[in-house]
Design a protein around this ligand. Structure first.
Ligand SMILES: Nc1ncnc2c1ncn2[C@@H]1O[C@H](COP(=O)(O)OP(=O)(O)O)[C@@H](O)[C@H]1O
Ligand SMILES: [Mg+2]
Length: 216
């Protein structure tokens, strides 16, 4: 709801900026050019912020489903990012088990997509032949919950960030907003779970984990 309200306004502002540019651009005056770019960046950031929060914000208004198959959701999310994965030559591994969890597929996607898009981005920092993204599932709490590990061979987290990556606004990505992991970990918490990271990661890069209730 709130996200929708924000989105309506940012779209209006975005259209206004487009109009100004088409009518008066390209700007010869450097100051105007700079101010315009500043406003354009601000709108883009606001839009991304609203999009990042959408899955959390809609929780209260949406009827949530209580069943998804983890491996299917993982494969779906990877398929969504396939173009980028191919372009960057990233090898992905997903277990061929079938784990039923008591969680909404849309929310599971939001959690996984955040982790995948981060990994894809940061894997760009290492040589092409060394780009791997691996999912591992571990049964915990006597089979009541499943822990999902996502390990990559990217540059990994900065040691200083290990404690802080889930805090809002922490980012090392140019133009990043640092809300992805915050929102993902809130969604996991809504299912009584926890998101964590291991440093150094299992495959030399970053490792993130989260757990969800198994559907019995
Ligand atoms: N797979 C990863 N490899 C290396 N660093 C990561 C990875 N995932 C997250 N990070 C670090 O955590 C920060 C926060 O991530 P996130 O909350 O998704 O925000 P953003 O992607 O906007 O930076 C990133 O900027 C990066 O420094
Ligand atoms: Mg992110």
């Amino acid at each position: 709801m709130l996200v929708h309200e924000i989105r309506n306004r940012t779209t209006a502002f975005g259209s206004f900026l487009e109009f100004i540019k088409s009518r008066f651009g390209p700007f010869k005056n450097k100051d105007i050019e700079r101010e315009y770019r500043c406003a354009d960046n601000a709108i883009n950031t606001l839009e991304r912020l609203a999009d990042t929060f959408a899955p959390l914000a809609s929780r209260a208004f949406r009827r949530r489903k209580r069943h998804s198959i983890l491996e299917d959701q993982i494969r779906e999310c990877l398929a969504l990012q396939q173009a980028e994965i191919k372009k960057k030559n990233i090898r992905c591994r997903v277990p061929d088990s079938e784990t039923h969890v008591a969680a909404d597929p849309g929310e599971v996607d939001a959690i996984i997509l955040n982790l995948i898009t981060n990994a894809i981005y940061w894997l760009g920092d290492v040589p092409k032949e060394n780009r791997e993204l691996e999912f591992r599932l571990v049964s915990i709490n006597n089979g009541d919950r499943v822990r999902v590990w996502i390990n990559d061979t990217g540059p990994g987290l900065d040691a200083d960030d290990v404690e802080k990556v889930f805090w809002p606004g922490v980012t090392r990505k140019p133009g990043g907003i640092g809300m992805g992991l915050t929102v993902a970990s809130e969604l996991v918490a809504a299912y009584g779970g926890r998101m964590s990271t291991k440093h150094p990661g299992t495959k030399g890069g970053a490792s993130f984990a989260f757990d969800l209730p198994v559907r019995k």
